[in-house]
Design a protein around this ligand. Structure first.
Ligand SMILES: Cc1cc2nc3c(=O)[nH]c(=O)nc-3n(C[C@H](O)[C@H](O)[C@H](O)COP(=O)(O)O)c2cc1C
Length: 324
């Protein structure tokens, strides 16, 4: 089996991470990831209040006795959520690792470090990765342009971003964005990473708490079926292509402002109509280019063992056979 220093530092069997996912990163998925020997993250802000996060952590613990983490997505906002209270719940619940994302984690580090919580910081550029390393985080998740969610504004795909980051990062680093199978894991290792982080691929698993239609849409979709919304606002997000995301792109390209698309992109539409009710044209939902590699909806255990076992075979058979 492939084991890297990431496994040793973060206490998991496989160098495979399930990144935080709004409305998807709940106990059902995260416990399945933990039970499969990988590192899963509950998504703090999916829980409406810090008290609900504490309950979700307890619910996840009922489903697994293995370690799991919590994602804290830091978004600049006029009415920010009570980050300090979410942070305190994470520390008080004895969570061993947090995935920070979205913004510089400096403000949150003293509490986590003081509470013995390891920090895996996810970012989309080498300069932000270097900054986080200087701040003292324990690991980096470097997220390329292929990814679902927020790829940043630099547009550097993993093939260059991962080795460029590996040249500067000395702490454990996982590669993110576009990973979904054993080939991806082996490629990430070859590019200098210590493992992979996946979002989209984990949505198309049996345990992901989203409607079956969304999973089947991911199977049907190709690598061409995403849209980059909010580009003109410099807050790019990669989402599945559908009538709503295409309309958002068109309105903003024609000079529209956020207010003109606000109703279309409402989080409640994405959550209720798409993820819960299964209307894949009902709102915005995050998905990455890796949809082009998704052919089925396995259990999490099947997926993780397929990737871990497949990587082993790929290295020992195909790659070793090429060295003469
Ligand atoms: C449905 C969905 C929701 C996501 N929500 C978040 C989020 O709230 N916070 C975050 O840091 N990343 C979020 N992400 C990004 C993932 O954690 C991960 O970084 C990304 O999906 C990796 O790229 P991939 O989809 O190509 O595997 C989301 C991804 C998906 C697919």
């Amino acid at each position: 089996m492939v084991r890297t220093r990431f496994c040793d530092v973060f206490g998991v069997e496989h160098p495979i991470v399930q990144g935080g996912m709004q409305w998807v990163g709940k106990a059902e998925l995260v416990s399945a990831v933990a039970n499969a020997g990988a590192l899963g993250f509950l998504t703090a802000l999916t829980q409406p209040t810090p008290e609900d996060l504490a309950k979700e952590i307890a619910r996840c613990r009922e489903m697994t006795d293995r370690p799991f983490g919590v994602n804290l997505t830091i978004l600049p906002s006029i009415n920010p959520p009570p980050y300090a209270e979410y942070r305190d719940v994470i520390v008080e619940s004895g969570i061993p690792v947090v995935e920070t994302a979205g913004f510089n984690p400096a403000e949150h580090l003293p509490t986590f470090q003081g509470g013995g919580v390891k920090v895996l910081h996810k970012c989309t550029s080498v300069r932000h990765a270097v900054k986080a390393q200087e701040l003292g985080v324990d690991g980096i998740s470097i997220d390329g342009f292929e990814c679902a969610g927020h790829p940043g504004e630099d547009d550097i795909p993993g093939l260059v971003l991962i080795p460029a980051a590996a040249d500067k990062i000395t702490i454990p680093m996982v590669a993110s964005g576009g990973f979904g199978d054993a080939r991806g894991l082996v490629a990430a290792l070859a590019l200098g990473a210590d493992g992979i982080n996946m979002g989209t691929r984990f949505v198309a698993t049996r345990e992901a708490p989203v409607h079956e239609n969304v999973k089947q849409a991911m199977v049907a979709n190709s690598e061409r079926d995403t849209e980059l919304i909010f580009r003109p606002l410099r807050n790019t997000a990669r989402v599945a292509s559908n009538s709503v995301s295409r309309e958002v792109v068109s309105v903003l390209d024609d000079g529209g402002q956020f207010e003109d698309v606000q109703e279309l992109v409402a989080g409640s539409r994405g959550r209720t109509r798409v993820l819960e009710e299964g209307d894949t044209d009902g709102g915005i939902w995050s998905a990455g280019l890796v949809q082009g590699l998704i052919e089925d909806v396995p259990t999490v255990a099947e997926l993780v063992s397929r990737i871990a076992g497949g990587a082993d075979e790929l290295i020992n058979d195909r790659l070793a056979g090429l060295v003469r």
